[in-house]
Every structure is written in C-alpha cells, then in structure tokens.
Design a protein around this ligand. Structure first.
Ligand SMILES: Cc1cc2nc3c(=O)[nH]c(=O)nc-3n(C[C@H](O)[C@H](O)[C@H](O)COP(=O)(O)OP(=O)(O)OC[C@H]3O[C@@H](n4cnc5c(N)ncnc54)[C@H](O)[C@@H]3O)c2cc1C
Length: 245
C-alpha cells in the first residue's frame, strides 16, 4: 500500500517538471486557434487536412502539434503547404493500428483545432541556400511532406527527390515536381521508376557526393541510409534527418 507521504512526494516530483515544461512550452511557442477548411483524399488511406492559417508562421520543413480540443488528441505533423499559402495543409496517412490519424479524416469542416509550434530544425539554412547547393531529399511515405513545403517555398532550388512507397498510387502530388527531379521507388508493384526500397536504390545506383542529404520517414530507413552514406564518405554535417516514427 502506498503511504500518504509517498504519494505527496510523487506528486511533487511529477508537478515540478510538468509545470516547467508547460510554462516554457507556452512562452516559447504560439498556440493558434484554427478550423478545418477541407479534407482532400489523395488515396483511400492518405489525405490532406486543410486548416485555417490565421497568423501561424513557419519555415518550410518545420512541423506543428495538432490538437483537437475537448478530445485532447494531439500529434505532430510536418507542414505540407508552402510558407506563403493562405492555409496550412497536413499530409496524413491513416495508420491502421493508430488512434488519431484515422479519426482526423472524419473531422467536420469548421471543427475547431489548435496548432502549436512551429517546431523543428529540418529546414534549409540560409547559408546553405545562398551557396546554391544541390539537395537530395529522401522520403518514405508521408515523409515527403516537409520536402513538398520546402520545394514550393524555394523556387529555383537544385534538388532531386527519392520517394519510397509501397504502391505507385502513393506518389502523392508528384505532379508538383518536375519529372526529372522526382524518382519513385515502389516495393509492392512495378509502377515506380525503381522496384525496391530507397536504401537499395542508393546501394545499386551509387551515391552523389556533391549534395546535401535530407532524409525523412521511418527510423529504420533513416538509420540504415545514414549509416550507408557515412560509410561511403558523406560527412555527417551533410546529412539531416527527421524521424516520424
Ligand atoms: C516530427 C514528426 C512529424 C510527423 N509528421 C507526419 C506527417 O506529416 N504525416 C503523417 O502521416 N504522420 C506524421 N507524423 C506521425 C504522427 O505524429 C502520428 O504518429 C501518426 O499520424 C499516427 O498517429 P496515430 O494516433 O494514428 O497512431 P500512433 O498511436 O501515434 O502510432 C501508432 C503506430 O503507427 C506508426 N506510424 C506513425 N506514423 C506513421 C506514418 N506516418 N506512416 C506509417 N506508420 C506510422 C508507428 O509505428 C506508431 O508506433 C509525424 C511525427 C513526428 C514525430
């Protein structure tokens, strides 16, 4: 049985860090009240959640925390729309075993939501942009989201995207990129330009040493590819990553 003093001590221990985190969080990041404008289905399980932007400012590549009040269901999402769009788009895949991604799809137009952020450093730094570097953006699934925002926000960028999905129909909005800059890797059908995982693509096709790698998606792919790039002479400072799960 837990004694009273033990419980009080536990509460104190819990209260201090929570209070500090909450204070910093509220002071450092804005909470913007927003509403659902539209849900755009891209495939059976992937959709764009379009939200009022209000005065939510961000740098392309950053993410926000989406909270549906009352339900207290918060999750992180990279911002899919460009910096100057009059709305905020999030590209979301329903995760079968997940709780929130499936429910967000059925939010009614006009539902109130809270956007906290922006967060993250997965952005093009000014000194890198001005040197006119080449970028290699590697994504799996909805990991393409920050790249969509970065590319549409930075016209004239020299880049290529390597996008790994299961099926060809998951090449979300690939028409937004010039054909010669977007390469689709598929693992379950042959509708992409390359059949196999993105990690296999680099092993087979070789790696470009004169580029900056930005990699986003699941942690397994990111750690395998990062190891491979480093083993093949890419300096860690030229590899940037964003882990979704
Ligand atoms: C910085 C950051 C940015 C993110 N940006 C996006 C984004 O732009 N689009 C997006 O769809 N998700 C994104 N996510 C993941 C998102 O926060 C949720 O985890 C996801 O929507 C699943 O939520 P859930 O409540 O349904 O399932 P959860 O209970 O959160 O997760 C259940 C399981 O689903 C798996 N999973 C999580 N995300 C995905 C995914 N995207 N695809 C496949 N499997 C997944 C994981 O194995 C996880 O353990 C991001 C996560 C982080 C940390």
């Amino acid at each position: 049985m837990t004694s009273k003093s033990q419980t009080e001590d536990e509460n104190k221990i819990m209260a201090i860090p929570y209070g500090l985190i909450k204070t910093n969080y509220l002071h450092m990041k804005k909470v913007i009240y927003s509403k659902v404008l539209e849900i755009i289905n891209l495939t059976e399980s992937t959709y764009i959640l379009r939200l009022e932007k209000n005065d939510f400012e961000f740098i392309a590549g950053q993410y926000l925390v989406l909270n549906v009040p009352v339900e207290y269901k918060a999750r992180e999402y990279s911002i899919y729309s460009p910096e100057d769009a009059p709305y905020i788009d999030l590209l979301i895949k329903e995760v079968e075993t997940g709780e929130i991604s499936k429910e967000l799809k059925y939010l009614k137009v006009g539902t109130k939501v809270e956007l906290t952020g922006p967060f993250g450093f997965f952005v093009l730094r000014d000194n890198v942009k001005t040197k006119m570097n080449h970028f290699t953006f590697v994504a799996t699934g909805t990991g393409i989201s920050p790249f969509h925002s970065i590319i549409l926000s930075n016209p004239g960028l020299d880049y290529e995207i390597i996008h790994g999905v299961r099926y060809g129909y998951e090449a979300y909005d690939s028409n937004d990129y010039p054909k010669d800059r977007y390469l689709l890797c598929t693992t379950r059908d042959h509708d992409g330009a390359y059949f196999g995982r993105v990690t296999q693509y680099f092993k087979e096709k070789g790696i470009n040493k004169n580029t900056i790698y930005y990699i986003c998606g699941n942690s397994g792919m990111i750690s395998q590819l990062t190891d491979y790039l480093e083993q093949n002479g890419i300096s860690p400072e030229n590899i940037r990553t964003e882990v979704f799960f």
